[in-house]
Design a protein around this ligand. Structure first.
Ligand code: PEP
Ligand code: MG
Length: 589
């Protein structure tokens, strides 16, 4: 959902970030009998499409009680350290070689994992254990577990890198023990890859003609599984309760639109569902924009980007502009605040990529799952409810002022007129202060609606700003009081929750009354069906990951505004996310 880049995580700096501790539960949900024929397992849909094929599962290492392995004699420890170093280097080299042969995100994922395999943080921790007498296998397990623990406590994006660390551990141990590398077996027929979670090195470089869908028990919408599935364009569902019980060889129907995995379904029905999905995909590939319903009601379809490269890639799609430029993602690994000139350069790249088109730049949404080293985050027990987004400007006004100066400079240099919006606005006063600063630089101010309070008082906020952009990811998190990164709570943070849709409707009504545009830039806009519902509510633009743009535009082009409105009314009358989806499907097909 976020479209995060696969940033390198420097283990040696992680302990400094422990101030952002969040408990993240990664345990799988429990289901009694999920293997009976026709059982429908539910998860979180990540990539649309339908596939029907037998299940394969990645290989795992045999379980070894590492605690029982005897200590190494002092004289043998230097040699053991060398053996360990060589194994880690071999694993990193193999990953780098695979990175060189892969392209796009797959290559990035493999290169990032190779870098992590050679990170001084965990290598040093393992070497220290060997110096203290641990055999290499025990040292690897202990050192990685130490960082896994730390990442899990950090929560959010860091917790999602835990799978990468465990993958490196297993590969290094296999290398030390002379075992075949663990990972995805090469299937001899098209298959659905099911796993508890998938490591980047498992998923990167998968052949989409052989792996036709992905389903995992864990994982969030920003996990590597999700990122790679989007790149491969194969259906993907994550956080599927009960999936662990489905054995390799069982035939399943994965529906990446509904977020379901049906175990040994009726074959004729399954094949019909696959055909229908293929027709939808073909229609999407032929959509060239601009965004409009079948009867000509215009809704701009825009792209979410995180830097110049992503903006240039989005320009290759029919996206009509940028609806959300997440600036904080440019600086996740930056130690010191970038200068105004440095920032202006980066923002200018995005403006240039969409010269002559609408670009909405969001000021730094630092904090919670996206801490920035230079933002001076306070030590908080609950950072998602803490000083994040616009709230950072309270104690650190210079950060916002510099960023706005940089945006103004980039606008001047490129001759573009970007809109600028603030994240995490909760009150009309915050919106007013922000708007004054933006206007004083000749820019157009708006705010994100991500906090229920802002949706409820959208009319008063609109007295100060020129547009609203609804962030359904956080709006769902805060409306449902459910951590958006938690697999266990994924049903609650589903943007189809009628309570979330009701708040969207409220903000849209306020926009219509004020005659000001209201867009959606959260993941809700990437779901073609929900995008139609949002259109029916009256949103004026939909901004989604570049990969989702055509699917959204194509679906919109197939339905009338009246159908969208009927679907919106039907959804608003439901009592659950599942009912809401079903009601919309009924009207929109
Ligand atoms: C959102 O919350 O919906 C949003 C677009 O912002 P982010 O996902 O970056 O928090
Ligand atoms: Mg948000």
């Amino acid at each position: 959902m976020f479209g995060f880049t696969l940033e390198r995580v420097d283990l040696s700096t992680v302990s400094c970030n422990l101030v952002h501790m969040t408990a993240t539960s990664l345990s799988s949900s429990q289901v009694t009998d999920s293997t009976a024929s026709g059982t429908v397992l539910h998860g979180v849909p990540v990539v649309t499409g339908v596939a029907y094929a037998p299940v394969i599962r990645p290989g795992t290492l045999p379980k070894v009680d590492v605690g029982a392995l005897p200590d190494i004699a002092e004289a043998d420890r230097p040699a053991e350290k060398e053996r360990f170093g060589a194994a880690a280097a071999t694993v990193a080299t193999r990953l780098r070689e695979r990175a060189a042969h892969a392209t796009g995100a797959a290559s990035e994922v493999l290169a990032a994992t190779a870098t992590l395999a050679q990170d001084r943080g965990w290598l040093g921790a393992a070497e220290k254990r060997i110096s203290d007498g641990a055999p290499a296998v025990r040292a690897v397990t202990g050192a990685i577990d130490q960082f896994v623990d730390m990442f899990t406590k950090l929560g959010g994006l860091m917790a999602e890198r835990v799978t990468d660390l465990r993958d490196i551990r297993d590969r290094v141990i296999a290398e030390l023990d002379g075992l075949p590398e663990p990972g995805v077996p090469l299937p001899d027929e098209p298959s659905v890859l099911c796993a508890e979670d998938l490591a980047p090195a498992d998923t990167a470089g998968l052949d989409p003609s052989l792996i036709v869908a992905l389903a995992t028990t864990l994982g969030g919408p920003t996990s590597h599984t999700a990122i790679i599935a989007r790149q491969l364009g194969i259906p993907c569902v994550v956080a599927v309760a009960g999936l662990d019980d489905v054995p390799a060889g069982a035939t399943v129907l994965v529906d990446g639109t509904r977020g379901t995995v049906t175990v040994t379904p009726d074959e004729a029905e399954a094949l019909a569902a696959v055909d229908d999905a293929a027709r939808v995909a073909a229609a999407a590939a032929g959509w060239t924009g601009p965004g409009a319903t079948a009867d000509g009601h215009q809704v701009a379809v825009l792209a979410n980007v995180q830097d110049g490269a992503a903006a240039r890639a989005a320009r290759e799609t029919p996206a009509e502009g940028v609806g959300l430029f997440r600036t904080e993602l440019c600086f996740l690994n930056t130690d010191a605040e970038p200068t105004v000139d440095e920032q202006a350069q980066i923002y200018g790249e995005v403006l240039e990529a969409f010269a002559g088109h609408k670009v909405v730049i969001r000021t730094l949404d630092a904090g919670s799952d996206k801490p920035l080293k230079f933002a001076g985050h306070p030590d908080e027990a609950n950072p998602a409810l803490g000083v994040r987004g616009i709230r950072i400007a309270e104690n650190n006004p210079g950060l916002l002022a510099n960023q706005l100066d940089a945006i103004a400079a980039a606008a001047e240099r490129t001759g573009q007129q970007p809109w600028v919006m603030a994240p995490m606005i909760a009150t009309a006063v915050e919106a007013q202060n922000f708007a004054e600063q933006v206007r004083s630089r000749g820019l157009t101010p708006g705010v994100m609606i991500e906090v229920p309070a802002a949706a409820l008082l959208a009319d008063r906020i609109l007295e100060h700003v020129d547009f609203l952009s609804i962030g359904t990811n956080d709006l769902a998190q805060y409306t449902m009081a459910a951590d958006r990164m938690s697999a266990d709570l994924a049903t609650l943070t589903d943007p189809w929750q009628p309570a979330v849709v009701a708040l969207v409707a409220m903000a849209v009504r306020a926009g219509a009354a004020a005659g000001k545009p209201v867009g959606v830039c959260g993941e809700a806009a990437a779901d073609p069906l929900l995008a139609c519902v949002l259109t029916g509510l009256g949103v004026t633009s939909l901004s989604a990951a570049a990969a989702a743009v055509q699917g959204v535009g194509a679906k919109l082009a197939q339905v009338t505004l009246e159908q969208c409105r009927d679907a919106a009314d039907a959804v608003l009358a439901t009592a659950s996310a599942a009912e809401a989806r079903a009601a919309a499907l009924e009207v929109l097909g």
